[in-house]
Ligand binder design. Structure first.
Ligand code: NDP
Length: 322
């Protein structure tokens, strides 16, 4: 019948993580799900996606028509420096299992998640979607970067050989409630949230790792969630799309630390440990393609999103990942 929409059964891999929880909030609590859509959120407890048989079994169980594929071994700079091999092997096998099984089960669309940290280390700025394979990634995270780059190779080949419309999004640094707030292994912003919380609680100084001059763009997980849902429904290209705030909103790690200090009303000393690595100095990404599609999309103001994240962490301290 004309105008009739087919039911959509969307499987979100990595549904228990930072981005998965934000998508759940958008579709279940904020009314973002449309009639006829069913959303299923997976964690590693239901299936270890590095295992092909478990991946197949979970597809048999849910029979998805669409997938947002977020599941990955994820971590901050210091975890990457220690475990490059694990990042390569786990992410490669998760992605291969999910994409191959999706094809075998005739899944209409898969939206996978890359990252701006997979781009070449030596590059011109701003980075755009055409530049992923132009040179080696930064040495700190090349295991993760090459595994993620292969998703793009898979998507292009799968389109050429089977006509599948599988694509990927490329977010910049993400943050929000349900993040991994581990000081050793988390990304810079959630690790700083945890450190500042403890410094305030214990009356100690806040130690920021690195010189604080590294530049990053940050996207609030809930904004990213809305954009991922839009990509699933509306974005028709195989080529990936960068999901980010504009270049003008790039900020230093020092700016980030200051925003967190303000959110917690922390008044103690803030020290920068310059013996620790800064990672890549910058990875400025262009959101021009996103803006061509969605010129009016409004991002949550950074300070408001940081405040919500700090409040969530303080209110959920006993259960937060840390
Ligand atoms: P999280 O670490 O918060 O969540 C990871 C998710 O993957 C969890 O649901 C976890 O399940 C699941 N997972 C991990 N290993 C397996 C496995 N072997 N089998 C099944 N599920 C598994 O990640 P984010 O939400 O931060 O990241 C989502 C996506 O975004 C990832 O693909 C990541 O690479 C990408 N990304 C993240 C950025 C960031 O700043 N966080 C930046 C750019 C891209 P469980 O809860 O059971 O452990």
């Amino acid at each position: 019948m004309e105008g009739e929409t087919k039911p959509m059964r969307v499987l979100v891999t990595g549904g228990s993580g930072l981005v998965g929880k934000a998508i759940e909030r958008v579709v279940k609590q904020e009314g973002g799900a449309r009639e006829g859509e069913e959303w299923i959120f997976l964690s590693s407890k239901e299936a270890d996606l590095t295992n092909a048989a478990e991946t197949r079994a979970i597809f048999e169980k849910h029979r998805p028509t669409h997938i947002i594929h977020l599941a990955a071994k994820v971590g901050g700079l210091f975890l990457h420096l220690r475990e490059n091999l694990d990042f390569w092997k786990k992410n490669l096998s998760i992605n291969e299992n999910v994409l191959q099984t999706a094809h075998e089960f005739d899944v209409a669309k898969v939206v996978s998640c890359l990252s701006t940290c997979i781009f070449p280390d030596k590059t011109t700025y701003p980075i755009d979607e055409t530049m992923i394979h132009n040179g080696p990634p930064h040495e700190s995270n090349w295991g993760y970067a090459y595994a993620k780059r292969m998703v793009d190779v898979h998507n292009r080949a799968c389109f050429k050989q089977h006509g599948r419309r599988y694509t990927a999004v490329i977010p910049t640094n993400i943050f929000g409630p349900h993040d991994n707030f581990s000081i050793e292994d988390g990304h810079v912003l959630p690790a700083l949230v945890h450190k500042t919380y403890k410094a305030k609680r214990d009356g100690t100084a806040l130690e920021v790792w690195g010189c604080g001059q590294g530049l990053r763009q940050f996207i609030f997980s809930v904004d990213l969630a809305r954009l991922c849902v839009w990509v699933l429904r509306e974005y028709d290209e195989i080529e990936p799309i960068i999901l980010s705030v504009g270049e003008e909103e790039e900020m230093t790690i020092k700016d980030v630390a200051n925003a967190i200090v303000d959110a917690f009303e922390f008044t103690g000393p803030v020290n920068y440990d310059t013996s620790k690595s800064d990672g890549q100095l910058k990875k400025t990404a262009s959101n021009a393609k996103l803006r061509r599609y969605l010129p009016n999309f409004t991002f949550t103001p950074f300070h408001a999103a940081v405040k919500e994240t700090c409040d969530w962490f303080a209110n959920n301290y006993s259960v937060a990942r840390k």
